[in-house]
Design a protein around this ligand. Structure first.
Ligand SMILES: *[C@@H]1O[C@H](CO)[C@@H](O)[C@H](O)[C@H]1NC(C)=O
Ligand SMILES: *[C@@H]1O[C@H](CO)[C@@H](O)[C@H](O)[C@H]1NC(C)=O
Ligand SMILES: *[C@@H]1O[C@H](CO)[C@@H](O)[C@H](O)[C@H]1NC(C)=O
Ligand SMILES: *[C@@H]1O[C@H](CO)[C@@H](O)[C@H](O)[C@H]1NC(C)=O
Length: 256
């Protein structure tokens, strides 16, 4: 009897704990405003979602942790596609409103870790310093995106890269909108690792989206990967011939 009660209480605690976790994630509207930063990942890099290396040949981005939906590995945002439209760089003096409208359709392949006050610091109750709850971190420079993607006025400002942009985003179907959507090698996740370790749907919908790795494994939603520099793991780019290092790299990525 005693042990039954213990089991019951443990089960109740687990249930409550998982609900606390599930409630911590940001649920965001399908269309809205966000901030956009950019970061460098090597070509053929396998990032947190475990998407196929060739996904990096097309526009990809990381999403801020509390919207991504996991504090490690894959989350519900993995594989989703968004149309990102540049509005204005934030905190630029004097303000800059570009005379061209730039947009790009990206696929989420990576997690941008929560930090105390970085651009990916948005939580349900606290936006980042530009007042946005979501931050997309664009893989850029990239062969998939023109070098003049970000408008600028170097003559006026004395520098070219404004760093952080105010953007609008729209949730879009990856097919046919994402540039890699017709390229089989750019779709899906790293096949050698099995469905339990990676999740990168070609075109996620309500019933094909990834679950939260951290919820599934009882990890706190707001834990911050301690070994990460920037927001990626220290993994080297994966080439198909280096399967063993690839597996080790992904295991390390899952384990950090
Ligand atoms: C993306 O947004 C731009 C406007 O900012 C629009 O012209 C374009 O059609 C949109 N693309 C998709 C696939 O929704
Ligand atoms: C971002 O753009 C929206 C729409 O124009 C505007 O309401 C908001 O103030 C802008 N935010 C920043 C930080 O520039
Ligand atoms: C847009 O503005 C930039 C600088 O802000 C300028 O160099 C460029 O010529 C302008 N382009 C058009 C089409 O007006
Ligand atoms: C997912 O949803 C679609 C459309 O509602 C349905 O046709 C399909 O069978 C569902 N797949 C699974 C695995 O539930």
């Amino acid at each position: 009897m005693y042990s039954l009660i213990t089991i019951y209480l443990a089960a109740l605690w687990l249930l409550l704990a998982s609900q606390v976790n599930a409630n911590a994630w940001i649920t965001y509207p399908v269309d809205g405003y966000a901030t956009l930063t950019h970061y460098e990942i090597p070509r053929d890099f396998v990032a947190s979602c475990g998407c196929a290396p060739s996904s990096t040949h097309y526009p990809t981005a990381a999403l801020s942790q509390m919207a991504y939906g996991s504090s490690r590995a894959y989350g519900p945002a993995c594989g989703k596609c968004f149309n990102l439209t540049l509005l204005n760089p934030v905190m630029v003096d004097p303000p800059f409103y570009p005379n061209v409208t730039k947009h790009v359709v990206i696929k989420i392949t990576d997690l941008c870790p929560l930090s105390k006050d970085g651009w990916c610091s948005g939580t349900k109750n606290k936006p980042n310093s530009a007042g946005q709850y979501l931050n997309f971190d664009l893989a850029y420079p990239s062969q998939a995106i023109p070098d003049d993607f970000f408008p600028s006025d170097e003559a006026l400002y004395g520098y070219k890269d404004f760093g952080v942009w105010n953007i609008s985003y729209q949730t879009v179907s990856c097919e046919p909108n994402w540039a890699g959507s017709q390229e089989a090698t750019a779709l899906g996740s790293v096949a050698t690792l099995g469905p339990e370790s990676v999740c990168c749907p070609a075109n996620p919908t309500g019933n094909t989206s990834c679950v939260s790795y951290s919820d599934q494994n009882g990890l706190p939603p707001d834990s911050i990967p301690t070994t990460s520099t920037g927001h990626t793991s220290g993994c080297k780019p994966i080439r198909p011939v280096l399967l063993v290092p690839s597996v080790l790299c992904l295991l390390a990525l899952l384990a950090y």
